[in-house]
Design a binder for this molecule. Sequence first.
Ligand SMILES: C[S@@+](CC[C@H](N)C(=O)[O-])C[C@H]1O[C@@H](n2cnc3c(N)ncnc32)[C@H](O)[C@@H]1O
Length: 305
Amino acid sequence: MDKLNLELIEAKKRLVAIEEEKKALDEEYKFLQDKIHLYFDSDEYDTDETQKYIIGDFWSKAYKNYKDGGYITNDEYISKVRFSYEVKELETIIKENIKNKSRALDIGCGNGRYTKEFAKLFDNTVGIDLSQERIIQNNQENQNPNINYIYENFMTMKKDALGKFDFVFVGDIFMYTPANDVENVYNNLLKLLNKDGFLVIRESTLIHGNNDWKSKGYVAYYRNVDFYKSGIFEKTFVNLYRNYGYSLYYLDKYFNIFKDARKNVENNPFLLKDIVPKFVDKSLKSSHFYLYLEKSLYKGKMDEK
Ligand SMILES: C[S@@+](CC[C@H](N)C(=O)[O-])C[C@H]1O[C@@H](n2cnc3c(N)ncnc32)[C@H](O)[C@@H]1O
């Protein structure tokens, strides 16, 4: 046989071998995936550590995998609208409630877009995130000496490592916290507050019920609006602000039909307050801001009653 034909037969043999390897890998993939899903679906086993691992793994890659890693979307228009809307709402919350504007902390700061906004209102701002890559990039790009970005996992960090703050913002942490850890995380957040300090959390919420989304690729705990106002939260809860963040995905339909709306909303994100209740299904996931105050202030409030 000539050299060419020998080469081609070898190529065919290699293709067959690759196909077999692929088949075996596919089978292993499916087996492992089913194993995770099966244990996740059962209530009999404690799989919290695996869920936490999947959350950490997801977020450490989110900034590489999505155009907008913070909102995990590739739709930049929707991100822009959501961000400007949230910033306006946060500004109002801060101005209405926080008198002492010395130190702010942004937990889960991602690319630091909120951190930079807080830095306009506070003397000093710290942003922490468990995405090391993102924190390195933030520090390389940072030109504001009053902002510090720190690579930290809030769940495992030393609680007094960062000191105390007048304002702590948490962008979606509880929705990545298993039920067993919620109380601990919440108490640790309150410990970060100065006397008179305020905590604002933004969480993706359901109007009714709860939905633990657990899969091999993504884990999140969607709790209902009242969850963050009752139980352990009740004592320090102050106010609830509606924010339509997550529902913005579904606004696409609206923007497709009413084409002028994009420009109008871009100029005035608060138009969403009218649009969303009318055109976006209320049962879909959305975000809320929750405001809490430091415990000593709460006691004062109670004594007055
Ligand atoms: C929904 S994103 C929000 C990012 C940013 N605040 C924004 O809105 O653009 C949640 C962020 O929290 C971070 N995160 C999740 N769990 C964390 C933890 N235990 N400690 C610190 N950061 C965490 C993720 O890496 C991610 O950047």
